[in-house]
Ligand binder design. Structure first.
Ligand SMILES: Nc1ncnc2c1ncn2[C@@H]1O[C@H](COP(=O)(O)OP(=O)(O)O)[C@@H](O)[C@H]1O
Ligand SMILES: [Mg+2]
Length: 518
């Protein structure tokens, strides 16, 4: 292309008169570009170059939409290869108008064009402009912008029509490349997830209680005994069940988990035992149940404390006989499953109340593993917190620097009603918010966790001791507030606590400026 400064260019009419032949040549090149460049950025740059040359524009920019739907310049090129284009210094009003109206725009002198009143035209010295929205169906995926700063009327109606057709074709290639890129990013993330999945099934602990559970897991894994795993929600019951399966000779076959609490009785039974076509409305084909699917492997029945008595009877019969019958079918099917089960209910209590069958209990409960809640093994908290922060950060491509000491202290003293599951979720949240390389501080922790630390009663204190301490605390707060005439920032700093901490105490002790404190 011509690389000389514009003043030396020959007269515009001689320079730029596309012919049918040139149109065909450009379309041929377009087909080539679309085929040769699969990646988005090089594709866009080649498309801009091609259009610039065809209509002899000075500059060209392709805008695309970002995830939020805002337009941003992706490829900006100049007729003169050595010149860098600042994509901010183009006539954005024209681009926005083309996108909004879903109509292309041709202006032969933008500086005097009454439609636009474009300040940037004068500022950045822009005369001729042509801009096409990139449409896919009814959606605008971006815009193709070309301008010329030296010549008014640089683009003709003929150019305009050609460019519209050009953008039709270019648009679908761009859309495909955008899709491909999005897919690649997603794919890369999923690969990460898959690659780290093994790490996520690792059992991390420093607790003597859990270590001895793991020793029992090793002992029972090789046999076929039924194991009942108890413990609060989120303590790792399913994780232990999986560990038993994957350490057992059944590991090559399936591990199938069914939550017995989450679905109604009839649905649960059709899940577990399967059904024959036509056995009820909607049973349009035969379906094997989970007992069959897990045959040779392990069936994990979660939340068995919530089984109805009738389901309990059916499960017991299947276990005793080693065979099941699909609903609506009388033919017995042999199954070979190892059953592991879990509950956070007290089954002995359920038996006493007549809600759980004693015979099923003894069938399921050959070995019991009782997982302690996290608050009873606080030594695991920093360990698990660091473990999961490390994993989530690396999945997100961030470096994890650690926790500051106050944050670790608060995490370690928190009660974790949701146990490891809650801790893991909190770590994921922190990892998302974390700035690369920064320590996690106490202010980053979830509000509820911070508040709990504030309100936490002194550990192991008798209630008398607690009351005494609270009285002292209240007195100190009242005095500090009076001293600083309820300036909370100063009072908090005097007390050596955070302002938010002070506000919590004011609420807790029901203090009010207008009322004289007791
Ligand atoms: N000791 C542990 N080490 C690592 N992760 C754990 C541990 N205990 C539980 N988890 C994780 O916590 C989450 C909840 O565990 P899960 O087995 O589903 O609990 P439950 O079945 O008792 O509700 C899972 O993501 C699990 O991987
Ligand atoms: Mg569970």
């Amino acid at each position: 292309m011509d690389d000389r400064p514009p003043e030396e260019l020959p007269d515009q009419d001689l320079l730029h008169l596309p012919t049918d032949r040139q149109d065909l040549e450009t379309l041929y090149r377009l087909a080539n570009v679309v085929h040769s460049f699969q990646e988005l950025q090089p594709l866009l740059e080649n498309l801009v170059d091609l259009a610039i040359r065809h209509v002899n524009a000075e500059r060209g920019v392709i805008f695309l939409r970002d995830a939020r739907g805002d337009l941003y310049p992706t490829a900006a090129r100049s007729l003169y290869p050595s010149e860098l284009v600042d994509a901010q210094k183009v006539a954005l009003t024209v681009v926005q108008s083309a996108v909004r109206a879903k109509e292309s725009v041709l202006a032969s002198n933008l500086q005097t064009d009454p439609r636009f009143n474009s300040e940037s035209a004068i500022h950045y010295n822009i005369l001729s402009v042509v801009c096409m929205p990139l449409l896919r169906g009814d959606n605008v995926i971006g815009a193709f912008y070309l301008d010329h700063g030296k010549r008014p009327g640089a683009f003709t109606e003929r150019d305009h029509n050609f460019l519209k057709a050009f953008c039709e074709l270019a648009g679908s290639a761009i859309e495909a490349a955008v899709e491909r890129e999005r897919y690649q990013i997603e794919n890369r993330y999923l690969r990460q997830v898959v690659a780290t999945e093994a790490d996520f099934s690792e059992i991390v602990t420093n607790s003597q209680q859990v270590i001895s559970i793991l020793e029992t897991v090793d002992l029972v894994a090789s046999s076929n005994v039924s194991v009942l795993i108890t413990g609060e929600s989120g303590t790792g019951k399913e994780l232990i069940a999986r560990a038993i399966h994957f350490k057992s000779p059944r590991r090559e076959k399936k591990f199938v988990a069914q939550n017995c609490a989450s679905i109604p009785e009839t649905l649960l039974e059709s899940e577990l035992f399967g059904y024959k076509k036509g056995s009820y409305t909607g049973a349009t084909h035969d379906k094997p149940g989970l007992f069959e699917v897990a045959s040779g492997g392990t069936l994990f029945l979660d939340e068995i404390g919530d089984l109805s008595l009738s389901s309990q009877a059916k499960i017991l019969r299947s276990l005793q006989e080693g065979e099941i019958k699909r609903i609506g079918d009388n033919t017995p099917i042999k199954v070979d499953v190892r059953v592991l089960s879990a509950t956070n209910k007290d089954l002995l209590d359920q038996i006493r109340k007549g809600l759980f069958r004693e015979d099923l209990f003894y069938r399921l409960n050959v070995v019991t593993l009782k997982l302690p809640p996290l608050r009873e093994r606080r030594e695991d908290i920093p360990l698990l917190a660091r473990h999961y922060m490390g994993l989530f950060c690396s999945r997100m491509g961030k470096r994890f620097a650690g926790f500051d000491s106050e944050a670790i202290e608060i995490l370690s003293s928190y009660a974790w009603p949701g146990n490891v599951r809650q801790l893991k979720n909190e770590m994921e949240r922190l990892a998302i918010l974390l700035n690369e390389g920064e320590l996690v501080a106490s202010v980053n922790l979830a509000e509820t966790i911070q508040q709990a630390a504030l309100l936490k009663p002194p550990e192991a204190g008798t209630s008398k001791m607690k009351e005494g301490l609270e009285a002292i605390q209240r007195k100190m707060v009242v005095e500090a507030l009076q001293k600083y005439r309820w300036n909370k920032t100063q009072a908090a700093s005097d007390l050596g606590i955070t302002r938010r901490g002070l506000i919590k105490m004011i609420e807790r002790y029901g203090l009010d400026r207008r009322r004289k404190p007791r």
